[in-house]
Each structure stands twice: as C-alpha cells, then as structure tokens.
Ligand binder design. Structure first.
Ligand SMILES: O=C(CO)[C@H](O)[C@H](O)COP(=O)(O)O
Length: 149
C-alpha cells in the first residue's frame, strides 16, 4: 500500500487487518519515522519509504537500512497524468549506488517513453529491456522485470 496521507501512523493497524503486506509512507508526513517503521514491522508488514520531489535523497538515507523499499516520487503528489520529472532520476541512481540490495520504486508519469530511463538509472537496464514490450507498465512489473534471471 502506498499511503500518500497525513499522519500515516493512524492507518498501520487498519491496513494490516485489511491484509496489506507492505506499508509505504511519506517521510515528509511523519515526525518520527523510526517509531513508524517499528510499528509497521510489528504489524507484520514490509516497510516502504517515499519522498516527494522536493525532498533530497540524503534525507532518506539514514533510514535506508531499516526499510525494504524506497519510493522516489517522479511527480508532485496530488493527481495522475503529470509529466515525469526526469531530474528525479539521479536520486534512483544514488540510492542504487549506496544501497545495492534496496528495492527502489518510482511513481508518477511512468510510461513507454520514460520507463527506459528508470531502468537505466537503476543500473538494471538489460534484463528489463527484453520484457519492455509486455505492457502494462505497473511498477511491480518493472521491479520483477529487472530481477536477474
Ligand atoms: O497519486 C499519484 C500522484 O499523486 C499517482 O501515484 C501518480 O500520479 C500516478 O499517476 P500517473 O501514472 O498518471 O502519473
């Protein structure tokens, strides 16, 4: 679940009860990420941590070893159909360089014209390219497709 909400603390238990196995929250939306990470784990879910375009990736870095997935927003949160923000891609590259086994997602404006850039900068372009023709391009597919055979 990508919880693009204020006060993400209040939805941890309800989401776990509803059957969620991963809980992604926005770093900007909480004052205590460490406590929230712990709470998500205690409720049996994996942890995803998202950052908005205006948040530097270094702000996420201190938590990177405690989470399962980092999500780099490539549009401003709010609505669909926005243009992919290519200047967010260096964040993906930096995270891949620093945290080689961390799952990384991007969200917003991803489609046939932009998905190549995501895969290339994640450092896993080759295996992804071969599956590129099998649209639709859900982010889960992107991650799956970029796993080594
Ligand atoms: O909630 C969102 C942004 O607030 C969506 O995750 C995002 O907009 C995806 O939509 P699209 O693929 O059309 O860019």
């Amino acid at each position: 679940m990508h919880m693009m909400v204020f006060r993400p603390e209040q939805w941890v238990k309800p989401m776990a009860v509803a059957g969620a196995n991963q809980y992604t929250f926005h770093l900007e939306a909480t004052e205590n990420p460490g406590t929230l990470i712990k709470d998500i784990r205690e409720n049996g879910m994996k942890v995803g941590l998202a950052i908005k375009p205006g948040t530097t990736v270094e702000y996420l870095a201190p938590w990177a070893n405690q989470i399962d997935m980092a999500l780099v927003m490539t549009v401003e949160p709010g609505f669909g159909g926005q243009k992919f923000m290519e200047d967010m891609i260096p964040k993906v590259h930096w995270l891949r360089t620093q945290f080689s086994s961390l799952d990384i997602e991007v969200d917003g404006g991803v489609g046939p014209d932009t998905v190549h850039k995501c895969a290339e900068w994640s450092g896993r372009a080759l295996s992804f390219q071969s599956k590129l023709k099998t649209a639709p391009y859900h982010l889960g597919d992107l991650r799956q497709a970029t796993q080594p055979p």
